[in-house]
Write a new protein. Structure first.
Lengths: 114, 117
C-alpha cells in the first residue's frame, strides 16, 4: 500500500530565506507527483505536477524535484514571503490503472515570519 | 468563474440525518473525485467517477453514495450521519486520458465543512 510522508510537519522561517520541504513515498510505481498548497479554510491549489519520467519542474520561485527510484521529492521555495504561509501537501498517483485518485501526505505547515 | 464549486460551504446537522453535498465543474473534465480531510488534516480519496462509472471506491461506508446526474456534477449523498463523519469534504476533477494519468492535474473545489452534532 502506498504511503506518503512529509517532513517536517511544521516549519517557521524568517522572510527572505530559501527553504526545502521533503516528501517520501513507499512505492516507486507512480504516474506522477503533485505539490499542493492549502490555505486555512480554503481548498487545494495545485502548484506543480511532475511526471514519473521527469526529474524536476519549476514555477516562479518554486522548484520541485523527483527521484522516483529512492521515493523522494523536494519542494524548494526561493526568497520566501509571508504570502507563502500555508500548508503544503505532497500527493502521488499510484500506478493502479484507470482513473486513480491521489495518495496524500499529511502536509507541512509553513509560516514565514515578516 | 470558479472551476470547481461545492455547495454548501458549511453544513451543520444532527446525527442520523441524511444530507447531500453538491459539486460542479465547468472545466469539461470527465473524471471527478471526492476526498475527505479528517480532523488531523489527513486527506484521503473516497470516490472517483469517470463517464458515470465508479472507478475507485476506497474503504468507505456504504452510507456514502456518489451520484452523478451528468458529466459536470458529482454529488455526495450521506445517509444516517454519524459523529465521525465530521470533516471537510473536497471535490476535484481531472481529464481522463484513457492511458497513464501522468498528465492529469486534479483541480479541487473549496471544500464543504461538515459538522455532525
Amino acid at each position: 500500500k502506498q504511503e506518503v510522508t512529509q517532513i517536517p510537519a511544521a516549519l517557521s522561517v524568517p522572510e527572505g530565506e530559501n527553504l526545502v520541504l521533503n516528501c517520501s513515498f513507499t512505492d516507486s510505481a507512480i504516474y506522477n507527483l503533485q505539490w499542493f498548497r492549502q490555505d486555512p479554510g480554503k481548498g487545494l491549489t495545485s502548484l506543480l505536477l511532475i511526471q514519473s519520467s521527469q526529474r524536476e519542474q519549476t514555477s516562479g520561485r518554486l522548484n520541485a524535484s523527483l527521484d522516483k527510484s529512492s521515493g523522494r521529492s523536494t519542494l524548494y521555495i526561493a526568497a520566501s514571503q509571508p504570502g507563502d504561509s500555508a500548508t503544503y501537501l505532497c500527493a502521488v498517483t499510484y500506478s493502479g490503472g484507470g482513473a486513480d485518485g491521489l495518495t496524500f501526505g499529511k502536509g507541512t505547515h509553513l509560516i514565514i515570519q515578516p | 468563474d470558479t472551476a470547481v464549486s461545492q455547495t454548501p460551504k458549511y453544513l451543520v446537522t444532527q446525527m442520523g440525518n441524511d444530507k447531500s453535498i453538491k459539486c460542479e465543474q465547468n472545466l469539461g473534465h470527465d473524471t471527478m473525485y471526492w476526498y475527505k480531510q479528517d480532523s488531523k488534516k489527513f486527506l484521503k480519496i473516497m470516490f472517483s467517477y469517470n463517464n458515470k462509472e465508479l472507478i475507485i471506491n476506497e474503504t468507505v461506508p456504504n452510507r456514502f453514495s456518489p451520484k452523478s446526474p451528468d458529466k459536470a456534477h458529482l454529488n455526495l449523498h450521506i445517509n444516517s450521519l454519524e459523529l465521525g463523519d465530521s470533516a471537510v469534504y473536497f471535490c476535484a476533477s481531472s481529464q481522463y486520458t484513457g492511458g497513464p494519468p501522468a498528465l492529469e492535474t486534479q483541480y479541487f473545489g473549496p471544500g464543504t465543512r461538515l459538522l455532525v452534532l
